[in-house]
Design a binder for this molecule. Structure first.
Ligand code: GLA
Length: 689
């Protein structure tokens, strides 16, 4: 291993000592503005009421084959009886290409793998839009990118309306009435209460996207008033913020009639058995979403067919979705880009910067099968340092020593300024894409404030001096600093997700940049599901992580902006006794986030987020690496793709484009259906019927 400058003797030592005398603010510098990169199309801004309403229509329609093969044969009730009393109606005026036609398939390619179908029990379906298509939630946020900023409020979804009590502490929500799961079982408040009592409130269950009691506010209660009404009671007045937490992925109830008999509170199953009770081979899981899984071939494909009980229609009374089938090829995320650009796949969120140049080149050709449209810089990565000092993930002695370092501000600063962010970004892709990311809220988003952002530029000499000052010296001359008092080498494991080239490339970059700092970083690179497990259970020292939507929208996932509860935050959760050992500035961040949730005053909110940004970046809460724009790639045969749909804002593009409204004009239909003219079968059973 290369020796680093501070170990070279006299001169180096002198330098270190003099550096130590430099006041902290001199480590800061002017943050360069991100390179100009204009988003390629703008949304048409509308009101929520322009998009949808709930009402009964004089007549309803469905694909002709559903009537002739199922309804006429007596195996399925007529469509009017399958729909709720007042279905959700998408207004034609808001559909970019208007009322659609039935048929065809959207061919997704994904890099994840389904663990099983128990979404609310904590199992991943492999991402890439599978779970988004299966799960419907009380409210919906993906399409909010198109809602006027001063009218921003989550869209109704399973909850068709709500009202606040006069004192603002109670929220009464009305569910769609008479809607059914995809197997015909009634959807009602029993499903909501099962989710709330046996998943959110049960500490032994970790819903996949991290719903915990604090997600909805400490002390919040939920009760069923009747089959279609629930009442929330909050400690704060008018915490409208929680309406966002009731969207994907923290309040999307599962089918209680299927899941409840397997839950440990109602069976002799262990929690592990409950979680795994619906393996990938289990077909036709009952869903409220538009498509139901009907075929699974390991490492090959998941096929989903239209849900005959789907509860949304267009203004002409056509039951949605228009697309009969969904494919999820089980491949790699990089292959998703390649196939979408080539036309053998239909959809990709172009998000791995390494493939941008090639994807752009191909898509610019007149014969390109797909259109590619860049949005804002909403993809960003941080290096997270595990801040739990009280046992989250049960670290051994080495791990515990690293946690102590992670909790030290000078240490975090040293790590941060040892990183050359410009070089890191350029190593992914050259050009105007990547920007230096100091951490916290992204430049270009609504709540970002440059003046509140503290930036520590690359400064290796100062980084080394900071570590010298902490007594971390290379006592045995092997090029790696030792823990204070002649302890072991400073060895740190770095968790990263190998499903994404970008994650691994950035992690490799971090490892290389820590070498001249005298820190040995050991790659702990894991495939997606294993990475998720290690992350959830706190088994990491450091973690290179793509950021969640809270950093983009602030209003979605707000409570995860700081450790507001013991199971909510990405790199600081409760230890062995369940408490979070907050650092003083973290307590301030928690207060700021809670104050943000408690007010709906826009000026106050903007001010609070300035404080948040300052606390975050001044304390190097996590080490920002790079941020860049993503592009939506979608095959040209699809209609009703909204203008300016971002790949990631309140949610991923799979939600943003409202897939149940997307269609393929008849003349463009591709003949890709693998199970034409079939519907999902009985839960658990094999294949479509
Ligand atoms: C993965 C992909 C994203 C998006 C989401 C949807 O995380 O990387 O682009 O498709 O799944 O959940």
């Amino acid at each position: 291993m290369r020796r680093h400058t501070y170990a070279l003797g006299g001169a180096g030592l002198l330098l270190s000592v003099s550096m130590l005398a430099i006041p902290a603010q001199e480590l800061t510098g002017e943050l360069p503005d991100p390179p100009e990169f204009a988003a390629q199309s703008e949304p048409n801004f509308v009101s929520v009421g322009d998009i949808l309403e709930y009402k009964a229509l004089p007549e309803y329609h469905e694909p002709a084959w559903v009537t002739s093969k199922y309804v006429d044969a007596g195996t399925l009730p007529p469509v009017a009886e399958r729909l709720p009393k007042e279905p959700m109606v998408y207004k034609a005026g808001n559909m970019p290409d208007g009322i659609g036609v039935y048929g065809d398939t959207m061919r997704h390619v994904i890099g994840g793998r389904p663990e099983g179908w128990n979404y609310i029990g904590g199992q991943s379906q492999g991402w890439g839009g599978i779970d988004i298509g299966l799960s419907e939630c009380l409210t919906r946020t993906g399409p909010l990118f198109t809602v006027k900023a001063d009218e921003l409020e989550p869209l109704p979804n399973l909850a068709k309306s709500w009202e606040w009590s006069e004192d603002g502490k109670q929220l009464t929500m009305h569910l769609i009435e008479g809607a059914k799961w995809s197997d015909g079982d009634p959807f009602d408040t029993e499903d909501l209460m099962f989710y709330w009592n046996d998943h959110i409130l049960d500490p032994n269950v970790s819903p996949l996207n991290g719903g915990t009691p604090e997600t909805f506010g400490v002390g919040t209660t939920l009760e069923a008033v009747d089959a279609y009404t629930v009442k929330w009671t909050f400690k704060e007045a008018f915490p409208t913020q929680y309406l966002y937490a009731m969207a994907y992925g923290t309040f999307c109830p599962g089918p209680s009639h299927i899941l409840k008999p397997q839950h440990p509170s109602y069976s002799s199953n262990t929690y592990e058995q409950y979680k795994n009770a619906f393996p990938p081979e289990y077909m036709n899981i009952a869903v409220m979403g538009a498509w139901v899984p009907v075929e699974y071939r390991p490492d090959d494909i998941v096929v989903m067919r239209r849900n005959p009980y789907y509860w949304k229609v267009d203004e002409a009374g056509n039951q949605l979705p228009y697309l009969n089938e969904m494919h999820y090829r089980l491949s790699t995320w990089a292959d998703r880009d390649v196939q979408a650009v080539a036309g053998s796949g239909d959809f990709s969120n172009l998000e791995q910067a390494e493939s941008y140049v090639e994807a752009l080149r191909r898509s610019a050709e007149a014969t390109a099968p797909a259109r590619l449209q860049f949005g804002a810089r909403t993809i960003g990565y941080t290096l997270d340092l595990n801040l739990s000092g009280n046992g989250w993930g049960e670290p051994d002695a080495r791990g515990q020593a690293i946690r102590e370092l992670n909790r030290n501000l000078d240490f975090r600063k040293a790590v941060s300024i040892a990183i050359d962010r410009q070089r890191l970004g350029d190593s992914l892709v050259r050009g105007p894409f990547t920007a230096i990311y100091p951490g916290g809220l992204y430049a270009g988003t609504a709540y970002y404030d440059k003046a509140s952002t503290v930036y520590f530029p690359h400064n290796l000499a100062a980084a080394n001096a900071l570590l010298d000052g902490l007594g971390l010296v290379d006592t045995d001359g092997n090029g790696v600093r030792n823990l204070a008092n002649g302890g072991a080498d400073v060895e740190i494991t770095l968790l990263a997700n190998t499903d994404y080239a970008t994650d691994s490339n950035l992690a490799e970059g971090v490892i290389a940049m820590m070498e001249p700092l005298g820190i040995r970083v050991i790659a702990n690179f894991q495939a997606g599901n294993a990475r998720d497990d290690m992350h959830q259970s706190g088994q990491f020292d450091w973690h290179v992580r793509r950021q969640g939507s809270e950093m983009v929208s602030v209003v979605q996932g707000t409570s995860a902006l700081a450790p507001t509860g013991p199971r909510i935050h990405a790199f600081h959760r409760g230890g062995s006794d369940g408490t979070v050992d907050l650092l003083p500035f973290e307590q301030e961040m928690v207060n700021v986030v809670n104050a943000f949730i408690a007010t709906s005053d826009n000026a106050e909110r903007a001010e609070l987020m300035k404080q948040y940004q300052h606390l975050y970046t001044e304390n190097v809460y996590s080490v920002g690496l790079t941020q860049y724009p993503g592009a939506l790639i979608i095959n040209k045969r699809f209609a009703n793709i909204p203008d300016g749909a971002p790949i990631f804002m309140f949610n991923w593009a799979e939600d943003n484009i409202i897939r149940e409204r997307v269609f393929v004009p008849e003349e463009a239909q591709g003949g890709y259906e693998l199970h034409p003219e079939t519907l999902p079968g009985a839960p658990g059973g094999a294949g479509p019927v």
